[in-house]
Design a protein around this ligand. Sequence first.
Ligand code: CP
Length: 312
Amino acid sequence: MILKSKDVLGLKDMTAEEIGYILETAKTMKYILASKNKKTPHLQGKSIITLFYENSTRTRLSFELASKYMSASAANISASGSSVAKGESLIDTGKTIDMMGADVIVIRHSMSGAPHLLAQNVNASVINAGDGMNEHPTQALLDMFTILEKKGTLKNLKIAIIGDIYHSRVARSNIWGLVKMGAEVSVAGPATLMPPGIENLGIRVYSTIQEALIDADVVMGLRIQLERQKKALFPTVREYARFFGLDDKRLKFAKEDALVMHPGPVNRGVELSSKVVDCDQSVINEQVTNGVAVRMALLYLLTRRGSGENLN
Ligand code: CP
């Protein structure tokens, strides 16, 4: 089994078989991460560049660590500290990185479609680390990996995604991925933050958090994406917290063993109460660890395309 594309741009275009293969490979990577000596030679001789036009802690660092644990040469460029700040275009920046021999470029950009444009113009594989409001495929893959690890399956699980669905690339990638893997996805959020036509993606749409939470196996909270709101804020952060914040009382609507997830960074007291962030059902810390394993798997699979080499 190989990945169809040279790039990982979104889960919309990925098959269930490919997603399953990435998650299976990430299992092996998790064993490597748990070992005393995390270093493996699998990416020796490969160069991985992270090109970030937006802030990041988890995604950028996990890609850098994943590269280093697998013995790749890793470097980072942030837009503010590069020639992008002098007006260089995305394509020219990408070609410059390509000419230095990059094997994989990991890009985060505020514009939806920027990774796709880059992928069309470079020889390196491109991984989308979040493009505007479009997709954040590696986040959804690590979310699915975490659910699979805890629940043993994704099929027929009830997953409730709560909050600012409209601006959330994490929600979009999770919806594409989870529906393909057989999960039952519900969303709830303020009407002003619900994308029109979202019900056509094979999910249930609710206007209250309680309806979406009933019997849920997994609850995902989302940050209100203030940086993507151009107009006057509606709802306000206070209203968002009041109507769609997850506290321990509301969590009782979900199954007793429901997982609490959040892509991070969490605004405690807004989308999740502090008590819920730290409760026994919360797997937010595991999500962070699993992010490294999933990104190791992706780097491995993309750089091995066509080589016929298998892990182990
Ligand atoms: N979840 C996520 O993308 O986090 P960062 O913005 O810290 O990378």
